[in-house]
Design a protein around this ligand. Structure first.
Ligand SMILES: [Zn+2]
Length: 427
């Protein structure tokens, strides 16, 4: 199994099973209902965990909740804690409804402030950080590899968090002194305040996975400054930190407006309510995780049609199983987790009625329920039985009339050559 690594700009092999494979995927900053684009790193992390688990790895997935952040203070002045708690609930509910289960750990920044303070203290002791007026800044000039992950020249790094008291415009905050209107603050050797965003992730990752771990994920928009700063902090502490940086491509809105209330935009909640969780998952399968993906009414309708094709395969009689064909599916995923290629294999199995393989493959992506047929009610099976006997006594007029009744009730009756039938929900 290999994955593309942003740090070395190359495909990097995972250790052989059982690994371990320890993964940290940056999670949401909780101040509103999460955007449909935020579902991508969650889904990718869960799919990777599922696939690695199925191939014999000992795998752990950590996905953090950023519940201390400038955006939350700005969204709810004086009441950020309540908003963060409410938005955390929304995120867990919305991602939970995708039907993929939950990561092994969902740490919150507010639960790890003492460990974060200890890490900052250690950076100050190692001369990689300094305090100014209750803030603490990371000394970028001390870290020779700064800019390597994001590919920026160290002398051309853009300024972060402007403050005239900083030694160097590139230095970024590890600790921020409490300001009026910020309702949450913790004690520290530098006074009351709260951690910066980047150090939160370095510490949450290492607390749960150790000082070195296999995969760090997140959107491409996080490479700079967030992940560049995570590397700088953890390496300055003498820790190896992440071995593979897996950055997912961004979601782009194309085509006509998706939602009236918020313009050309959509939340995970709205996407699930409108299209169903399985369609959202098939939509993400259609794009390679590293590439941008277009979200529009057209691409979602295409995903829904693909889902229907896969679903309908289970109304047909299975062909003799050919287990050797699993290899094509596995090869696609082992090669940089190429889900569009894996999805093409699923469609081949669907058209060849390789239903055992199809069910197993769909299960990797949390789509096993596609194989479940909706149970017909007693009224519907009664109509079907009456139509079957009409056909048996060659009363085709009556059989046609009953077929129309079934269709009006939303069901289709597929006749088998042997005189039997299958009831299928009409698309
Ligand atoms: Zn992060």
């Amino acid at each position: 199994m290999r994955l593309f690594d942003t740090y070395t700009k190359s495909l990097v092999d995972l250790p052989p099973p059982p690994g371990p494979v320890r993964m940290y995927f940056c999670g949401p900053t909780v101040y509103a209902r999460a955007h449909i684009g935020n579902a991508r790193p969650f889904i990718l992390g869960m799919w990777l965990r599922s696939w690695l688990d199925a191939t014999g790895y000992d795998v752990t997935l950590v996905h953090n909740i950023t519940d201390i952040n400038d955006k939350i203070y700005e969204a709810a002045p004086g009441a950020s804690a309540e908003l963060a708690a409410r938005a955390t609930g929304w995120y867990l509910e919305d991602t939970g409804d995708l039907g993929l289960g939950m990561p092994d750990h969902l740490p919150k920044a507010t639960e790890m402030v003492p460990q974060i303070v200890a890490a900052i203290d250690e950076l100050v002791a190692r001369d990689f950080a300094y305090s100014v007026d209750g803030d603490v800044y990371y000394r970028v000039a001390r870290f020779a590899d700064y800019g390597r992950l994001s590919g920026q020249r160290p002398d051309a790094v853009e300024e972060q968090e402007p403050n005239p008291l900083k030694e160097d415009a590139r230095d970024f905050a590890l600790w921020k002194a409490n300001k009026p209107g910020e309702d949450t603050a913790w004690d520290s050797p530098w006074g009351r305040g709260r951690p910066g965003w980047h150090i939160e992730c370095s510490v949450m990752a290492e607390q749960l996975l150790g000082p070195a771990f296999e995969i760090h994920g997140g959107g491409l928009d996080l490479v700079f400054p967030h992940h560049e700063n995570e590397v700088a902090q953890s390496r300055a502490l003498g820790h190896e930190f992440a071995r593979i940086w897996a950055h997912n491509g961004m979601l782009q809105f194309t085509g006509e407006k998706m939602s009236k209330s918020v313009g050309n935009d959509s939340t995970i909640r709205e996407a699930i309510d409108e299209w169903g969780a399985a369609t959202v998952l098939v939509f993400y399968l259609t794009g390679h995780w590293r590439k941008p993906i277009d979200f529009s009414r057209e691409t979602m309708a295409q995903a829904a049609a693909r889902l229907e094709t896969l679903r309908n395969a289970f109304t047909l009689k299975a062909a003799a199983p050919d287990a050797g064909r699993w290899d094509a599916f596995a090869a696609a995923l082992e090669d940089d987790f190429d889900t569009p290629r894996a999805l093409a294999v699923l469609h081949e199995w669907a058209s060849d009625r390789q239903l055992e393989l199809l069910l197993r493959g769909l299960g990797v992506f949390g789509l096993a329920s596609v194989a479940e047929r909706e149970q017909a009610t007693a009224d519907v099976t009664d109509l079907a039985e009456r139509r079957a006997s009409a056909r048996a006594r060659r009363d085709f007029a009556e059989a046609d009339r009953l077929r129309a009744e079934l269709e009006a009730a939303g069901w289709q009756m597929r006749d088998d050559p042997g005189g039997g039938y299958t009831l299928v929900r009409r698309a």
